[in-house]
Design a protein around this ligand. Structure first.
Ligand code: DMJ
Length: 530
């Protein structure tokens, strides 16, 4: 029995006022490590390399991400973090033997291959200095480069690493095109090879030239033929998410030198806060949503689990950006939004009968019209004398309690699954590490307890349906990001000191830590860096 996770989870308890002693956190960290081992043993036993993922009910392997052992590669740095030497040693041998090929006519997802495989190899290299990790990362980076061979230079959605053929019907999603820069730039830096830098950085030029002048965001789809946006909606969730994340993170990874990207980050965050953030009608829950295409923007009120990385991103920006890029009033607004939305992300779990957050909900403002934008509510609150010290949507200690039952919650679940996703734990971790407030650590821990109680199987963990019931039904799926991200964030929350402080590391969107580095003068000059 995992000591730290025994018993029924009680995610509906607001534990913000209490904290466990250090000895208890030690036990909790050990229990997360046991959860990793339980799952990885299941993978090694029933879905051995090069299986991609374990099917956690039937105890079989499945090839769903190129057939190169994605669970193993995605989990390399978690093994290093947890000092799992035996597992890592076996994995090194597997990495050496991966056959990065694919039959002609088959295409791997450029985005997934970059964030999971390339990101996994690169961070394993950064943490272990193991030469084979770098050798395989270089090989994979080269094999994926043909993706950029479109007329616009935007990467194609799919690529065959053996033939170099590309696919994707001339369209690419915002997240797909703008979430390869950390990986390719770090690869460029450690190899000294310009082609890795220029291919990825060209996408940033397109971003700079296509930011919508009204809302300071980017639509979700682009043409790889002419480099223009063709999407019709704005969102920070699915299809877009990590594009916004990588703007800040490239700046941080380059030791705060790629300032033009930080500027794009700040203006786009302001655009999101001004256009996509709303309050629920009675509970004052702050949420970020998507827009139907219309000017001015009309909110769908859809709120996705995927968007729960957003409060953590805002908090990371607040804790790292200098005043010249994020002046005090703006910084305060970003932090309020981070606090308010992180609270709502936690509430999604704490409200649910299972203790697990739904994949997506729809907020109902109770009237047919357009809800008031949060920034307008903040303005009114300021004009009225800043009652209570915190604006609407940012909860004081006695506010914003979880609720059970189907009535009065201000939202209805529209996708009733929990897919073992990491975003809320990620934000709890960043909120805790950047603010030092233990309520985020405690809330994250309650979430982790619910995950263990409701999704564990004999061989691993499983995605579930019906999070609004006490006993959600387990499904035949265990995505590789569970070991790469969800388990890693739970562990990082539980251990005492952070091995990846924001002053030294930046995570890619698959939670692979990359070290912060300084571009050398010759790189800046020869590669024509801004
Ligand atoms: C992960 O693969 C990455 O975090 C990605 O950016 C989007 N979400 C999934 C996990 O939910």
């Amino acid at each position: 029995m995992n000591k730290g996770t025994a018993g029924t989870p009680s995610p509906d308890t607001d534990t913000s006022a209490s904290d466990a002693p250090a000895s208890e956190w030690k036990i909790r960290a050990e229990s997360v490590k046991e959860a990793f081992l339980h799952t990885y043993n299941g993978y090694e036993t029933y879905a051995p390399f090069p299986s991609d993922e374990l099917q956690p009910l039937g105890n079989k392997g499945i090839q769903n991400f190129n057939g190169w052992g994605v669970t193993m590669v995605d989990a390399l740095d978690t093994m290093l973090l947890m000092d799992l030497t035996d597992q890592y040693t076996r994995a090194v041998a597997h990495v050496a033997s991966i056959d990065f090929s694919m039959p002609p006519g088959i295409f791997g997802s450029f985005f997934e291959t970059v964030i999971r495989y390339l990101g996994g190899l690169l961070s394993a290299y950064a943490l272990s200095n193991e030469p084979i990790m770098l050798a395989r990362a270089i090989e994979l980076g080269e094999k994926l480069l043909p993706a950029f061979g479109t007329p616009s230079g935007l990467p194609a959605s799919g690529v065959n690493p053996k033939t170099g053929d590309i696919s994707g019907f001339s369209n690419v999603l915002l997240a797909e095109m703008a979430s390869c820069q950390m990986e390719y730039k770090y690869l460029a830096h450690i190899t000294g090879r310009k082609e890795f830098f220029t291919a990825a950085d060209k996408v940033m030029d397109v971003m700079a030239n296509t930011q919508d002048p009204n809302v300071y965001m980017w639509p979700t789809t682009f043409s790889t033929t002419n480099g223009r946006s063709i999407g019709s909606t704005f969102t920070v969730g699915s299809l877009a998410d990590s594009a916004y994340e990588y703007l800040l993170k490239q700046y941080l990874m380059s030791n705060k030198t790629e300032t033009h990207l930080a500027e794009l980050y700040v203006s786009s965050m302001n655009g999101i806060l001004s256009n996509l953030v709303y309050l629920s009608p009675t509970r004052n829950l702050l949420y970020v949503t998507d827009s139907y295409y219309s000017m001015p923007i009309y909110p769908t009120r859809n709120f996705e689990h995927l968007s729960c990385f957003f409060p953590g991103l805002l908090a990371l920006g607040v804790s790292t950006l200098p005043e010249s890029l994020l002046p005090p009033a703006m910084r305060q607004l970003h932090m309020w939004a981070a606090e308010g939305i992180a609270h709502t992300c936690w509430i999604m779990y704490a409200d649910a009968e299972s203790g697990l957050g739904a994949e997506a909900v729809t907020f109902d403002n109770g009237w047919a019209g357009k809800p008031e934008k949060w920034v307008e509510s903040v303005e009114k609150w300021e004009k009225a004398g800043k009652k209570g010290g915190k604006p609407p949507g940012v909860m004081g200690p006695e506010e914003g309690k979880p609720m059970k039952g189907s009535k009065g919650k201000d939202y209805a679940i529209n996708k009733n699954t929990y897919l073992l996703r990491p975003e809320t734990l990620e934000s709890m971790y960043i909120m805790y590490r950047t603010t030092g407030e233990s309520k985020w650590r405690n809330r994250g821990w309650r979430i982790w307890e619910a995950i263990v109680a409701k999704t564990k199987t004999d061989s691993g963990f499983a995605t579930v349906v019906s999070v609004d019931t006490e006993d959600p039904v387990r499904q035949e799926s265990l995505p590789s990001y569970f070991l790469a991200e969800t388990v890693k964030y739970a562990y990082l929350l539980a251990i005492d000191s952070d091995p990846f402080p924001v002053s030294e590391f930046v995570f890619n969107t698959e939670a692979h830590p990359f070290p912060i580095f300084q571009w050398r003068d010759w790189e800046r000059e020869k590669w024509g860096m801004k």
